[in-house]
Design a protein. Structure first.
Length: 275
């Protein structure tokens, strides 16, 4: 199975543990890609109205354990801080040949194997997954088969692009760059608007200009095959207004050094939180 194939090809049971924002985004994406709703079991103690509505389409919401039956794929979308306790309840559903896909930050393959068992794929998505424009990085345990990896890839593609790595040690830096990255972009929009107000713009106009500039530039970057550096250079006329601003942003204490320090801090914290 590749990412282009419809999920209607999946004929086994998928158990989704946790249907908050990210888990709910995955579920919506699966159904949009043609997965048979009756194939999905959702375990979520506090389901949103949106998740309850999906139950009307055939998704099995919070059935009893005996009614779930055999599970081929277990997708764990719990809050990491609740996993040690709640994750133990999932162990009966993870046989040795069950594919376990985790999207929990800071939760290692070893921890997932210890708590749940199964053949584990650890994945790190980001919040644009909610609109199908996220990017997920995944790493598979050694016992994950090619067929299981293909299923995991297809399920993760419901949230956007997917990249695979072989070294789990890279996941801390992945978390720092793409997992936490949307917050950096939102901060850019926030501070761009604030600077506009300082320059004399009305608050509403500065906010709209900042939001639309960040959103439009991101879409241009998405659609263009050019490197981001080339796109930046295309906006910059020698001796012009953009060049004057970039001289500040690219200075010795500018954005480059700030971003290096920020990513390093997030990477360190991810390693501290890993379990």
């Amino acid at each position: 199975m590749n990412a282009a194939q419809p999920l209607a090809h999946i004929k086994t049971t998928i158990l989704l543990a946790g249907a908050g924002k990210m888990g709910g985004a995955m579920l919506t994406g699966w159904l949009a890609r043609g997965l048979d709703a009756s194939r999905v079991v959702v375990v979520e103690p506090q389901p949103s109205e949106e998740i309850r509505a999906l139950a009307a389409q055939g998704v099995r919401l919070n059935p009893t354990a005996k009614d779930i039956g055999a599970v081929a794929t277990l997708v764990v979308a719990l809050k990491p801080q609740t996993f040690a306790e709640a994750g133990a309840d999932l162990k009966p559903f993870a046989a040795a040949d069950t594919l376990v896909v985790s999207i929990m930050a800071g939760t290692t393959i070893a921890s997932l194997q210890r708590v749940c068992g199964g053949s584990v794929v650890r994945a790190m998505p980001n919040t644009p997954a909610a609109i199908g424009r996220g990017i997920t990085v995944a790493v598979a345990a050694d016992d994950v088969s090619a067929a299981q990896r293909a299923v995991a890839d297809a399920l993760l593609h419901a949230m956007g692009s997917v990249e695979w790595v072989d070294d789990e040690g890279l996941m801390d830096a992945v978390t720092a760059v793409s997992g936490s990255g949307p917050a950096y972009i939102f901060l850019l929009a926030e501070e761009l608007a604030r600077a506009g107000v300082k320059a004399g713009l009305p608050v509403e106009l500065a906010t709209r200009l900042a939001r639309e500039t960040v959103a439009g530039s991101g879409e241009l970057l998405h659609r263009s095959d050019l490197p981001s550096a080339t796109l930046r250079q295309n906006v910059t006329s020698p001796g012009g207004t953009t060049a004057a601003a970039l001289e500040v942003l690219m200075g010795a204490d500018g954005l480059q050094q700030l971003m290096i320090r920020a990513i390093a801090a997030a990477t360190r914290r991810s390693k501290q939180l890993a379990k």
